[in-house]
Design a protein around this ligand. Sequence first.
Ligand code: GAL
Length: 432
Amino acid sequence: MRRRWLAAVAITMASVLGLAGCGGSGGGTASPAATGGGDAKKQVEVFSWWTGPGEADGLKAMREIFEKGNPTYTFFDAAVAGGSGDKAKALLQSKLQADTPPDTFQGHAGAELQGYIKAGDLEDLNSLYDELKLKDVFPTQLIDQISVDGKIYSVPVNIHRSNVLWFNPAVLKDAGVAAAPKSIDEFIAALEKVKAKGKIPLSIGSEWTVVHLMESVLLGSLGTDAYNALFKPGANWGSPEVTKALNSFKTILSYAGDPQDDWQPAAKQVADGEAAFNIMGDWAYGYFHNPPDGGLGKKSKTDFDWAPSPGTEGTYLWLSDSFTLPKGAKNRDGALAWLKVAASKEGQDAFNPKKGSIPARKDADQSLYTDYLADALKDWSSNKLAGSVQHGVSVNQPWLASITEAVGLFIGSKDVAALQKGLVDAATANAQ
Ligand code: GAL
């Protein structure tokens, strides 16, 4: 298992170096700016990691609106493949350091964005917010996550939920699991029943998907208040409660199938009836539900079903994708035109139903959000909130890198004490 991930890390570094070497455009087609031809001035380089099945559908829907409304600009898709943006963020860092930022890039609201703000990478967007009256349309707690000292630095396009348990109803039925497990103990019992039937109890993807799994297990085991307290100054990652949660994490992970290359093939194992469960963000909904080629065109409640991850009912483990205006953007006006689309009701209502997320705007057209997304809208308005670790809300990038390292070692060693020590050290070194 470990060897395969090491290989994946090697590929990651190779692609980052390779991409950086070819001018930093990861969209597959050569950038007119990079090749020296074309109308470089009017190109708007939009940097994200939405290339894969499901994710790319949402971006395409928003791009179409941008292109229709902005015929003088060319949309340059600088997306870099790889779920959760691990590869994209590494390349972005090198572009920012070299003062060659894209015109706009995707950054998670919360600690991740605060990192870019504090590094002085971003322009504030207060005048855009005033012009479009955006303070009235985004939730106040979300604006807080993208602000420093009263200045707002990004445009949130969505709200995603991290703590979703996706499952295959037929596989559960066959294993004698009557309903989605509601607690960690019920989850472990269900995994055991599926194992006895010879199916994959839990599918996983590359290393980041295991960190993603861990945040759900921590939340489900500790409860919302104790989970949120982990990210406050002086938090106790060394507590017996965290030890208990990590022991459960170890047990749950022992039911995992072979790690797949990324989140899509792991999620697909559930929709295809090869695996029973997958804990993944609700971008998986877009992937399951969207028609081929973008998605799998699977039937909701038949091929796949969902529940809050075990022990987390009543809590929305949230994250939000937002777009920024980097200082020194080559096409600042073009970037602002993109941000206007990303901020608009039309843009968000085109993007989110395809992306598998709910809109960040409070005034979106609710009738467009059906099936899983109707549940998400309801829960978002009534649940307690907890911030995702893997997706930038609760921890900044150096802290996440240390957590990822500890989890990576744990995957090989299965040593809970060492994992907990790694998490304590990560918090001590990085909590502010
Ligand atoms: C998250 C991102 C989502 C989705 C996911 C999987 O970090 O916020 O929009 O792209 O990664 O790639």
